[in-house]
Design a protein around this ligand. Structure first.
Ligand code: G4P
Length: 285
């Protein structure tokens, strides 16, 4: 299943982002903690070399905490500042002010050496669709400033938001990138809801998800649906059994896979299956 999703408005948004990067000191990238590597836009590295970088591992409440801790270390080893957050919860953002000052200290120092003061830090907020950018900005700024919604791909222009006298954020539209380098990246982004569902084969996508869960999180499936799982090779039987248990049957009695798939995907996305992460940090670190 080779998923690609880079509609025209995103190419335009990327050009705007690239232009506006010269205006900021810091990039705050919102990742989805359920697949931090897949949700990280590889284009950003190439055009932000002189910027301070913070990775927010958002939706940490939905991800496997032990894997999130591994990703935290992984990104720090790569030279990024990181914070695990639940953007809906203001309390999880408490450490962010201090982290921003730390991340920007070298830039402030560099400016100082050139006789330039840095009274205001300007940060760009980036992320794929549905990563939680609007939710983050609403919680952080404290007012309903940015519009939220769950439709990936709704275009908004870049927009400045004043957090306080020291910090301004530049909100940007959620974008993906022209080619997902690995098939798994597209699958992960589709599972978390960052790709327009209408272009997806949901049955196939959920079959892949079940295979993954049977292997790495079998108890999430057995606890939620009461299915027995003995070996990692049982995805088809598990798919069938969940359909039967949930009463998703067609007229002749066959399992309605589409209906079953929608239930499973919805349960995953909303956290009803438990805290699950779809990938591990790459092995090179
Ligand atoms: P975006 O601007 O990056 O596109 O994302 P947005 O903030 O609209 O968030 C997308 C969905 O993710 C929203 O749910 C939002 O509530 C949810 N969300 C954001 N951050 C977190 C988080 O840290 N944890 C959890 N569990 N959910 C998060 P929605 O169902 O589309 O809208 P709503 O009904 O919750 O408002």
């Amino acid at each position: 299943m080779n998923i690609q999703w880079y509609p025209g408005h995103m190419a335009k948004a990327k050009r705007n982002i690239r232009n506006d990067l010269q205006l900021v000191d810091l990039i705050i990238e919102i990742l989805d903690a359920r697949c931090p590597e897949s949700s990280r836009n590889p284009d950003i590295d190439s055009f932000s070399k002189d910027k301070a970088r913070i990775m927010l591992l958002n939706k940490a409440d939905l991800a496997d905490p032990s894997v999130t801790a591994q990703f935290d270390r992984y990104f720090r080893n790569k030279g990024f500042y990181t914070l695990e957050v639940d953007a809906r919860n203001k309390g999880s953002l408490k450490k962010l002010n201090a982290l921003i000052e730390t991340a920007c200290a070298p830039i402030v120092e560099r400016n100082k050496a050139r006789g330039i003061q840095t009274p205001v830090i300007r940060a760009m907020v980036l992320g794929i669709p549905n990563a939680g950018k609007s939710t983050f900005i609403n919680s952080y700024v404290g007012k309903a400033m940015a519009k939220t919604g769950n439709k990936p791909g709704v275009t908004r222009g870049n927009q400045w938001i004043k957090v306080n006298s020291r910090l301004q954020l530049l909100d940007t539209p959620g974008i993906t990138w022209p080619k997902f380098e690995r098939e798994i990246v597209g699958m992960n982004l589709a599972i978390i809801g960052s790709i327009n569902d209408q272009i997806l084969n949901i049955d196939e996508l959920v079959f892949y998800l079940i295979k993954y869960l049977v292997r790495y999180y079998p108890s999430c499936l057995s606890d939620r649906y009461g299915v027995e799982i003995e070996t990692a090779e049982e995805a088809i039987r598990v798919f069938d059994e969940i359909g039967i248990k949930r009463g998703c049957l067609k007229k002749g009695g066959d399992v309605d896979y589409s209906k079953t798939a929608k239930i499973i995907l919805d349960d995953f996305r909303s956290g009803r299956l438990g805290r699950i992460t779809l990938e591990q940090p790459m092995r090179e670190v």
